[in-house]
Design a protein. Structure first.
Ligand SMILES: Cc1cc2nc3c(=O)[nH]c(=O)nc-3n(C[C@H](O)[C@H](O)[C@H](O)COP(=O)(O)O)c2cc1C
Length: 229
């Protein structure tokens, strides 16, 4: 199984330890590729829209975004490990996901995304993790991923890993390993009802837009090439 890990922080702290617990169950027989943000993609989208109108390879940040995107495409399991910042995902992770919005089903979805599984590992000192997880779930769903599971950890006692009590660290480790055990076998994700519905809605919208356009857009050509229009 190919696994890609997107780390929402470069700090080797709580997020890092939780992610390492998760991967510890998956190290054998799997190829794991990791990216750390902002190190591996330190740019905000400039809003030039060249990805929408022409090609994502022409993005001014393509040398950073494309290796991550290609790694996502060749992965069976996508792992997002991130702290919660101000109740949401850190800006560096949002910046990466913004760059991938040209791959949303309203634009140019990649059929490889329909069968992927994704895991989101978040932590906060005590705030609910749901809104941050939702940021990632929203992006992945619109990219066509249905099989998405989340694990949120409340640190409660502080934000420095080695300052947490042994009991707290053990509890987090146990929960994370329990989740990782569900991913030891390679399995394809199934296209769920929500993704099916969104895809059909986008298809209807694209068909009606294509009729009105004099020249087919990059998005139209993508849908035609895939046999969807
Ligand atoms: C800028 C920043 C904002 C944060 N915002 C929140 C927050 O809104 N709620 C919360 O419970 N924890 C918050 N935290 C704590 C993180 O979610 C996380 O638990 C902590 O950074 C430990 O993870 P790390 O060692 O991987 O950085 C914040 C931390 C940082 C650095």
């Amino acid at each position: 199984m190919n696994i890609v890990v997107i780390n929402g922080t470069e700090v080797k702290g709580c997020t890092y330890h939780i992610k390492e617990f998760f991967l510890s169950e998956l190290k054998d027989n799997n190829k794991i590729e990791e990216f750390y943000l902002p190190r591996d993609m330190p740019h905000f989208c400039k809003g030039c829209k060249v990805c929408f109108f022409e090609d994502e390879n022409l993005c001014p940040h393509a040398s950073d975004t494309m290796p991550i995107w290609n790694s996502i495409l060749s992965a069976d399991l996508l792992v997002f490990a991130t702290p919660v910042y101000a109740l949401r995902i850190p800006g560096q992770l949002k910046a990466l996901l913004d760059h991938f919005s040209c791959h949303w089903m309203v634009h140019r979805p990649d059929r490889a995304m329909f069968s992927k599984r994704a895991v989101i590992l978040t932590n906060s000192i005590g705030a609910p993790n749901k809104a941050a997880q939702k940021d990632i779930i929203t992006s992945l769903t619109w990219m066509g991923v249905s099989d998405i599971k989340s694990l949120g950890c409340g640190l409660m006692e502080g934000v420095i890993w080695h300052e947490l009590s042994e009991k707290r660290r053990q509890k987090i480790e146990n929960r994370t390993i329990k989740m990782a055990k569900k991913y030891t076998k390679s399995k394809q994700g199934k296209k769920g009802i929500k993704v099916r519905f969104l895809f059909q809605m986008c298809k209807a919208m694209r068909r009606s837009m294509a009729k009105k356009e004099e020249n087919p857009s990059a998005d139209d050509l993508h849908w035609i090439k895939n046999g969807w229009l």
